[in-house]
Design a protein around this ligand. Structure first.
Ligand code: SER
Length: 324
């Protein structure tokens, strides 16, 4: 990776990834891009930033040529819950955006990272220990675009020898930038509400089991996969990866260890519950472990303590807020 382009750099993954890539490869080696201006100063001023609309192929190629990009992390996408309320936009951005980036990568001989998801699975997928290779018949527009995206990336690898690689991410938990419009967002909201109000009303049922990952692990996974020896990769698009697995009830119990008065109740949103119910309870990520050495560092206990520490620096703790 000599010159990297990150699309969707202002989003939940992109904001953390851009900063981590700049720390590793140098500030000028990472071009952040989005259709939104970053509000975070380190993201905006810490290296080059370009407005790039992934639906405009000329725009993409101009930026790639200008900065001589050789690696792309294509993160601009619409998540699952918003995708169900705006299926046309989800198809356009998630599919046409990816196609434009793949074509640009082909033209300039770039490597490309594509984030797939647990959303690429559906109700007929085995729910427990979901295998690397299995039935993928999702029933959300988000899931349809993720399966089609995986296939398209594999097609470009086979047909044009393009270096495409991807991960099937679980729900991602981060403190820098909140997710927007996903089904797993509760696992971030719960921390913010616990600190602000000591209470959270969860839109998923208490026993909804989903895979999750703390953002530092997700960032490391992307960077390690893109640096992995290509000869060792039997799979490409996309590897199952997970770090922990919990229900809202279990996460609430973990938060209570730090904030004993924290209370959770439930007001189930049928749309998001249906999406969560169609996804795996937990995935088998042994292919990632074997082929490029994937190993998570953050489990629920350490992640919870770290999230509360980081967020309370900004929000404060419930008892501190009462005395303000
Ligand atoms: N976190 C995503 C969502 O909930 C799943 O990949 O949409």
């Amino acid at each position: 990776m000599k010159k990297v382009l990150v699309t969707g750099a202002v989003g939940q993954i992109g904001s953390d990834l851009t900063i981590a890539l700049r720390q590793k490869y140098g500030e000028t080696s990472v071009v952040a891009s989005d259709i939104r201006m970053p509000t975070d100063i380190s993201l905006r001023d810490g290296g080059p930033f370009e407005f790039v609309d992934c639906l405009d192929p000329h725009h993409i190629t101009r930026v790639m040529q200008m900065h001589q990009v050789d690696t792309i992390f294509h993160l601009a996408a619409i998540l699952s819950a918003v995708g169900e309320s705006k299926p046309t936009q989800a198809w356009q951005l998630n599919m046409n955006g990816l196609y434009n980036l793949l074509e640009a990568a082909r033209q300039y001989g770039c490597s490309l990272f594509f984030p797939s998801s647990i959303g690429a699975f559906g109700p007929s997928t085995p729910k427990d220990n979901t295998p690397q290779e299995t039935l993928q018949r999702p029933d959300t527009m988000y899931g349809v675009t993720k399966v089609a995206g995986e296939l398209l990336c594999d097609y470009y690898h086979k047909r044009f020898e393009l270096d495409t690689r991807g991960l099937r991410f679980p729900g991602l938990i981060s403190y820098e930038t909140e997710p927007g419009g996903g089904t797993t967002d509760y696992a971030v909201e719960i921390f913010i509400e616990a600190l602000r109000h000591g209470q959270y009303t969860c839109y998923l049922r208490e026993d909804t089991s989903l895979d999750m990952m703390y953002m530092p692990d997700a960032i490391r996974a992307m960077m390690e996969l893109m640096e992995a020896d290509p000869d060792k990769l039997k799979h490409r698009n996309a590897f199952n990866v997970t770090a922990m697995n919990f229900t809202p009830e279990k996460l609430a119990a973990e938060i209570k260890k730090h904030i004993p008065d924290f209370k959770i109740d439930y007001s189930v949103d049928p749309a998001r519950q249906a999406i969560a119910d169609s996804w795996p309870n937990y995935m088998d990520d042994s292919a990632a472990r074997q082929e490029w050495g994937w190993k998570p560092e953050f489990l629920i206990e350490v992640m919870t303590g770290d999230m509360l520490d980081k967020l309370s620096g900004r929000i404060g703790r419930p008892q501190e807020q009462k005395t303000r």
